[in-house]
Design a protein around this ligand. Structure first.
Ligand code: BDR
Ligand code: CA
Length: 349
């Protein structure tokens, strides 16, 4: 895929880190965001829709259709993660109720329409459970060949899970859809494989209070460095409205990670996927056949990479194995900072 501006379609379960990924895409001049699919996951699908529309409005982004996805995973009952992402998915941030409407068609159809509108060019990004994408593949089995690139945040390869001892959240919520998506690439004859970024990769990328202060500086915003000693839920006093929302969202995510014993920081799983979708050079990947455990009583939702080719299958995924967190944060802070600063300038005029 050559330089310039690329059509991008993103499927999210917004979610604090999904929100950070969306703002990164809004602020990326090489991304032409053509649609947002809302998936039930971190919070219910209606909260996800509202968060997506509200973030677009906060950021003054118009003309990006938002579609509602399935209310539940393909087979399993829905589980949500308000303990991780806050009661409505954006941590402590509260955004005004959005005024824009959702599309008349659902999120699975939105995937298909976007891919058909940009054959061979569309960059797809999935940072939630893969329910919509699995339904889209059922409706359009040629989707793998229609997409120019697909980046999935999901799974944990040779690495512990964050939902069960072995399963990562996005795959664990809807393991059947993840299995269908990986199987679809086996059948598709597509000449490119999805890039799959699991916890083994994304947990190397941790936002910290220091990095958030750098982001505020890059936006020309005031900000008070956060600390684990602050009273829980302390509101951001940043002068820039976008930074204020991101800080209020991130504080909740920091507190969650702190309570898990991981430190006062937060892994930016989904922004890494968004950044890699626009620049694959940010990670190193290895091809492997991948499948999802669906029946194990202890291991349901585990992602398995057959590195030693014992299954005798062709690779169906490129698994992220290495990332340069400094390069990622330089890019993230430069883009989101400049975007937030420019928005504040526009709203003052
Ligand atoms: C994934 O799970 C969600 O909670 C995050 O948004 C991310 O997509 C990490 O396991
Ligand atoms: Ca997510």
């Amino acid at each position: 895929m050559s330089g310039g501006r690329h059509p991008v379609f993103v499927d999210v379960d917004t979610g604090v880190d999904d929100a950070m990924a969306l703002v990164y895409l809004f602020g990326s001049p090489d991304a032409d965001l053509v649609g947002i699919a809302s998936t039930a996951g971190n919070v219910g699908v209606d909260d996800v829709c509202r968060n997506n529309l509200a973030l677009l409005e906060l950021c003054g982004v118009t003309g990006v259709p938002v579609s509602r996805g399935s209310e539940t995973p393909l087979v399993a009952p829905l589980r949500t993660a308000e303990d991780t992402h806050g009661p409505q998915g954006l941590g402590y941030a509260r955004l005004p109720a959005p005024t824009a409407a959702l599309t008349d068609h659902d999120a699975a159809e939105a995937w298909v329409r976007a891919a058909r509108a940009h054959p061979g060019e569309l960059i797809g990004i999935a940072t939630g459970p893969l329910t919509n994408l699995a339904l889209a593949l059922r409706a359009e089995p040629a989707l793998p060949r229609l997409l120019g690139r697909l980046v999935i945040m999901g799974g944990a390869f040779d690495y512990r899970g964050n939902t069960t001892p072995v399963a990562e959240w996005n795959v664990s919520v809807d393991p059947e859809s993840a299995a269908e998506v990986f199987a679809a690439w086996h059948r598709s004859g597509a000449d490119h494989l999805p890039i799959v970024l699991g916890l083994n990769l994304t947990e190397n990328v941790a936002m910290t209070p220091q990095l958030l202060s750098r982001l505020a500086d890059a936006a020309g915003s005031t900000s008070t460095p956060m600390s684990a000693l602050d009273p829980r839920g302390t509101e951001s006093a940043a002068s820039n409205p976008v930074i204020r929302v991101l800080e209020d969202a991130m504080r909740f995510y920091f507190e969650f990670h702190f309570d898990q014993g991981e430190g006062y920081l937060a892994h930016l799983h989904d922004p890494v996927a968004a950044a890699v979708a626009l620049d694959t050079a940010l990670v190193q990947c290895r091809p492997a056949p991948v499948d999802v455990e669906l029946t194990g009583t202890l291991t349901r939702g585990m992602t398995i990479a057959d590195w030693s080719h014992r299954w005798g299958r062709e690779p169906n995924a490129l698994i992220g194995v290495d990332v340069d967190p400094d390069a990622f944060f330089d890019r993230f802070i430069a883009r989101v900072g400049a975007f937030a600063q420019q928005l504040a300038g526009v709203s003052r005029r």
